[in-house]
Design a protein around this ligand. Structure first.
Ligand SMILES: C[S@@+](CC[C@H](N)C(=O)[O-])C[C@H]1O[C@@H](n2cnc3c(N)ncnc32)[C@H](O)[C@@H]1O
Length: 350
């Protein structure tokens, strides 16, 4: 099958840079957001905000890529909404490595905002996002509406407002991260949802374990959502890794993406359909998380509402379904909880 593969390009690095490894990692923001923007432009899901943050690619993205992004966005959004429902929005969300993510605006439109929504990314990415927010009223107005003052506090690398903060920081520097979040009024007593959407794989296993451990130690009641690669040990995974390396982007954390077992190295105990409660010696357990679950994206896709799946499958013709399956089997969604059983956080499932 490897011969018929289209080049795996989900979140690949568009830049070739001799600068530092981080340049390639930062480039993945562009790639992910351009793919999302393209899928939105042809109707996969509705997001009126992304066009104000990301340019439209001239190049068409392959249908399996668009369906992959649809499942990813749908899956994460479903878990976010479950958390908001359980906590009745009396909570905070911290999106780590958020890039050009638009969830804040979408939740506001749906009247589902948490007490405060935080985003963190490299300062250079944050500067770009803040520039768009500053000059696009569709982005700045909703933030100002919720803010008690007329002006927003924006410096080069940080925006802080009553309900939304964007922070420039390196996720590998945990004391800096915590200090900046606290400066923006992060409340460690509130139930907190942390999201890493295709982010941990760009850190070494040790760095991502430290981040996971930090999250579990700081919040008493929390949930962690992680989306990233899996099954990277096979031919398809190897092609993906090689393509990225050629473009100066190293998947430093690929060690944990070799199989569902090693991937759920982020999880303590995971449930898959044929494997209801398989316990694995996991990274999250070792680092303070109490329960966890994981599903590969093909499983998740098969559990999406059929009307939605039929709608998006009618948008573009996909001749080789195998391409979709191959791609989807190389990504997974994991979620874990700590505390919160009284709120029903441990019941959240896909
Ligand atoms: C593949 S992009 C995903 C962006 C966004 N989560 C999404 O799915 O649309 C990975 C993001 O993680 C950020 N990132 C990776 N490592 C980081 C680090 N050490 N500190 C801060 N941000 C980081 C990158 O800058 C980039 O925006």
């Amino acid at each position: 099958m490897a011969g018929s593969l289209r080049k795996p390009t989900l979140d690949s690095c568009p830049y070739s840079s001799s600068d530092t490894d981080d340049e390639g990692v930062r480039g993945t923001c562009e790639d992910a957001s351009i793919c999302k923007r393209f899928a939105v432009s042809i109707g996969y899901w509705n997001d009126p905000y992304i066009q104000h943050l990301v340019r439209l690619s001239k190049e068409r993205k392959a249908p399996e890529i668009n369906r992959g992004y649809f499942a990813r966005v749908h899956g994460i959004s479903q878990l976010i909404k479950a958390f908001l429902q359980k906590t009745e929005c009396h909570c905070q969300i911290i999106n780590l490595g958020a890039g050009m993510d638009t969830t804040f605006w979408i939740l506001k439109d749906q009247d589902l905002l948490p007490s405060k929504y935080f985003e963190v990314d490299f300062p250079v990415i944050v500067t770009r996002k803040l520039h768009s927010i500053k000059f696009k009223p569709l982005l700045s107005k909703p933030i100002l509406e919720l803010h008690s003052e007329d002006t927003l506090q924006i410096d080069g690398y940080t925006l802080d407002s009553k309900r939304y903060a964007v922070i420039g920081a390196d996720l590998r520097d945990l004391s800096e991260l915590e200090e900046k979040l606290k400066k923006c009024n992060m409340d460690t007593q509130l139930p907190t949802l942390l999201i890493t959407e295709c982010v941990l794989v760009y850190m070494t296993p040790e760095q991502s374990a430290n981040l996971i451990k930090w999250a579990a130690s700081v919040f008493g009641t929390a949930m962690f959502i992680n989306y990233e690669q899996v099954n990277m040990d096979d031919r398809f995974g190897q092609i993906m890794i090689e393509n990225l390396r050629r473009r100066q982007c190293d998947l430093a954390g690929v060690e944990t993406c070799k199989s569902l077992d090693s991937q759920v190295a982020v999880c303590v105990q995971y449930r898959t359909p044929g494997n209801p409660r398989r316990k694995v010696k996991e990274r999250l357990l070792a680092n303070g998380w109490e329960t966890a679950a994981a599903v590969n994206m093909m499983e998740l896709y098969s559990r999406l509402p059929q009307t939605e799946v039929s709608r998006i499958e009618s948008l573009e013709f996909l001749d080789e379904l195998e391409l979709l399956e191959q791609l989807m089997r190389h990504y997974c969604l994991c979620w874990a909880t700590k505390g919160g059983s009284e709120l029903g956080l441990t019941e959240i499932t896909f």
